[in-house]
Design a protein around this ligand. Structure first.
Ligand code: NOJ
Length: 453
């Protein structure tokens, strides 16, 4: 019961958020380099050009992970670093960098989980239409093939796309993430369809070309609903609400679960979504859904928070306000640990795949204390509460792993360096890393496999 002996205790990052070296060794530009140059797009005009300088300091970072005792590390490959123009010419310097990083991890007995796409889309391909181009899924398949050729002899765990709700929803619908577009809904849905096709084709390429046994997943946003009480009516209200396609006011029109999970795991778009989007639906070619639903091995979800739901006296599903004084993180996200119980449970119920928490963590306003240490009791409390709920979930459904976001404080997209998610504090002037109290705490939790939670 609880966490299995081989539970994957990990930590996660993404290339653009930590690597830096944006103009070095032949890296091509990505849509995030472009976004960061748009006036007012990013907090104080910051960007990822230096970030945590992980490109040069990766050995230090792997040594820190070894010190913490993490079993696995979820990193992403920068597509434009590997293939600067997105297709064609391969950058051997990038091959060298990722080879060195992978080898360093393996030598430290840390299992790499590689995300193929964590938002840094090649600028060159964006100029050719990006995700709207009918060839975009083939570009992604070709890139995947290059990754297989160079790295799949040592890496077996692959995650195709990170959070399509963000790079399509926030990036192409709301325009607040790269590439910063506000497209009409039909184009947003078309871009999303192409991204899911890209996922499916990538899964097929990995299966066909990987040089070792593979373990493949996908990491969408886990948009969880938590029932107000354990009463069956509230539980059912939460379940229905979690798997519904709705337009949430000013939020992204495509911010939901089923639009992004059902095609992958069930081979079809959800009926309510098809009805809601009506004439805006993307054109679906005959083989598309088969490609998109090429079987994967696990269901990933990035879960940070949730909405509270109940069934009201009229039998309707109602979202419940958290109330005055409710705890929120520095991002304004509600602290709701039960999301770690209900999320895995509801996803497993519907998709019947082992669950991996591909991201969870807490943003805080951390600083170095007068004693030279970083005391982050809120993060320890937050993680303890969330992991306790995950452990309860693991009693009931297969939960295979947990990746804590993030190893290091890093470039938090539109929030720049203002938001710190790391277990390790990054001083952006000196690049000095300082383990926060939570890193020592996580280290103990890993060593005892979550026994004390
Ligand atoms: C999800 C994203 O995958 C990651 O890049 C981001 O930094 C974290 N959430 C925190 O917002």
């Amino acid at each position: 019961m609880g966490f299995s002996k081989d539970f994957v205790w990990g930590t996660a990052t993404a290339a653009y958020q930590i690597e830096g070296a944006a103009y070095e060794d032949g890296r091509g530009l990505s849509v995030w380099d472009m976004m960061c140059r748009k006036q007012g797009a990013i907090y104080k005009g910051q960007d990822g050009s230096v970030a945590c300088d992980h490109y040069h300091l990766f050995k230090t970072d792997v040594a820190i992970m070894k010190q913490i005792g993490v079993k696995a590390y979820r990193l992403s490959i920068s597509w434009p670093r590997l293939i600067p123009t997105g297709t064609g010419q391969i950058n051997q310097k990038a091959v060298e960098f990722y080879n060195n990083l992978i080898n360093e991890l393996l030598a430290a007995e840390i299992t790499p989980y590689i995300t193929l796409f964590h938002w840094d889309y090649p600028l060159e391909l964006y100029c050719r239409g990006g995700w709207l181009n009918p060839e975009s899924s083939d570009w992604f398949a070709q890139y995947t093939s290059v990754v297989m050729e160079y790295f799949s002899d040592r890496v077996k765990n692959w995650i195709t796309l990170n959070e399509p709700q963000c790079f399509i929803g926030l990036g192409h619908c709301e325009g607040i993430h790269a590439p910063g577009d506000k497209l009409p809904l039909e184009e947003v849905l078309r871009a999303g369809h192409n991204a899911m096709l890209a996922h499916g084709k990538a899964v097929q390429v990995i299966r066909a070309e990987a040089k070792t046994k593979t373990n493949i997943g996908y990491a969408p946003v886990g948009d969880v609903r938590v029932p107000l009480t354990m009463d069956a009516k509230d539980v059912n209200a939460a379940r229905i609400s979690m798997f519904k396609v709705t337009e949430h006011g000013a939020e992204s029109k495509v911010w939901n679960n089923t639009w992004w999970f059902d095609p992958i795991f069930l081979g079809k778009y959800p009926d309510d979504g098809v009805e809601l989007y009506g004439s805006k639906m993307p054109k679906i070619n005959s083989k598309d859904m088969d490609i998109i639903s090429t079987p994967v091995d696990f269901c990933g979800a990035n879960i940070y928070h949730a909405r509270l739901v109940k069934q009201n006296d009229n039998g309707q599903i109602q979202e419940v306000d958290f109330g005055q004084g409710y705890p929120y993180t520095f991002y304004g996200w509600p602290v709701i640990p039960q999301s770690m119980y209900w999320g895995p449970k509801f996803y497993y119920e519907r998709y019947k795949k082992p669950i991996m928490i591909t991201e969870n963590g807490m943003v805080n306003s951390d600083w170095i204390s007068i004693d030279g240490k970083v005391h982050d009791p809120q993060r320890i409390d937050f993680l303890g509460r969330y992991l306790k709920e995950l452990k309860l979930a693991a009693d009931e459904v297969p939960v295979h792993g947990y990746f804590l976001w993030s190893l290091l404080d890093n470039f938090e997209w539109t929030m720049g360096y203002n938001q710190r998610f790391g277990l390790v504090y990054t001083d952006y002037n000196t690049q000095k890393r300082t383990l926060k109290d939570s890193a020592y705490w996580y280290s103990r939790i890993i060593a005892e496999n979550g026994e004390s939670l």
